[in-house]
Design a protein around this ligand. Structure first.
Ligand SMILES: [Zn+2]
Length: 322
């Protein structure tokens, strides 16, 4: 459990605040957690501070006060001018949340990514930092892919339990904000507790040193990681003669219509997702162009589920594992 800590025990400085802003602040609009509980729900909601109706911009002094525990900031993920993010956070707050986050942290480590696990009230937040801001959609593609690989559910892919990604969307329009997440190292106003990163001693200097030490993911590294999985951007190509490779048996392209390729894959709606009313953007199913008998659902549907949704269930005792 997080340690109880009197906010006044931690001292920030303009230098620490500057560093924190460089890592975490994507735009100067922000939210603040209410000091008082909502009368009916008892929750401490986040609101966007206003000064006589005008937007208030985040200052270094605000960040210092956040780090010292006097106020608690919520930070937005996307810079609306560039549609880029400095970080990606994965929020999980269900019963087996920590287990899923630890598996993700390990899997990311296998790709050379040092992700930092932060405590939260009911689970945790897993943070990935980029060396310089990367396109929000690219970051989301990669994390969805890793989650799908581990069959970890995303919220909105059929279950109420699941991971939430920050940013929650690929882009924000002018005048929009997207979702904010509690700024790391902040003190939760309701619990009066600070949620630390697991990777270091539970004090501000050690935590900042830990964050400083993490290897950042470069834009190029991210691009390489997603080169083999479907990316955003459409290329209109008619399906190739996918049976030319001499493959017999089940061919998924006989059953789904893939009208576009992205990178090295056909992309279309996943039949199993569709059966559950999901994947409205019709891009969860990736089919390899070079080896069209290989296919994968980003949201984590199994081959059994996909074949069943197509009405051609996998034979139980044959060698056909497609
Ligand atoms: Zn699916």
């Amino acid at each position: 459990m997080p340690d109880l800590l009197k906010p006044s025990q931690e001292l920030a400085s303009p230098e620490l605040a500057t560093e924190y802003a460089r890592w975490f602040v994507n735009r100067r609009a922000y939210t603040r957690q209410s000091e008082t509980a909502h009368l009916s729900s008892g929750r401490h909601y986040y609101y966007r501070p206003k000064n006589s109706g005008a937007e208030v911009h985040l200052t270094l002094r605000d960040i210092e006060r956040h780090l010292e525990g006097h106020i608690t900031l919520g930070l937005y993920a996307i810079n609306p001018r560039t549609q880029r993010v400095k970080w990606m956070a994965i929020d999980a707050d269900y019963r087996r949340a920590l287990e899923d986050l630890l598996r993700l942290q390990y899997e990311l480590g296998q790709s050379g990514i040092q992700a930092a696990l932060e405590q939260s009230r009911r689970g945790g937040h897993l943070w990935i930092f980029f060396e310089s801001p990367v396109p929000a959609n690219q970051a989301r593609i990669f994390v969805r892919h890793i989650a799908g690989k581990l069959s970890v559910e995303l919220k909105g892919s059929g279950k109420t339990d699941g991971l939430e990604l920050f940013p929650r969307q690929d882009r924000v329009e002018a005048g929009q904000f997207g979702s904010a997440i509690r700024g790391p190292l902040g003190v939760h106003r309701a619990a009066g507790k600070r949620y630390w990163f697991y990777g270091a001693a539970y004090n501000l200097p050690a935590q900042m040193e830990y964050l400083r030490s993490l290897r950042r993911v470069t834009e190029r590294q991210l691009a390489e990681l997603i080169a083999d999985i479907p990316a955003v951007g459409e290329v209109a190509l008619p399906p190739a003669s996918y049976k030319a490779a001499g493959q017999s048996g089940f061919q998924i392209l006989d059953y789904v219509e893939a009208r576009r390729t992205v990178g090295r894959n056909w992309v279309t709606q996943c039949p199993a997702c569709a059966a559950a009313g999901h994947d409205r953007s019709q891009d969860n199913l990736a089919i390899s162009v070079a080896e069209p008998w290989k296919y994968l659902c980003w949201a984590g549907c199994t081959k059994e589920q996909i074949r069943a949704a197509l009405g051609v269930p996998l034979p139980l005792y044959s060698g056909d594992q497609r």
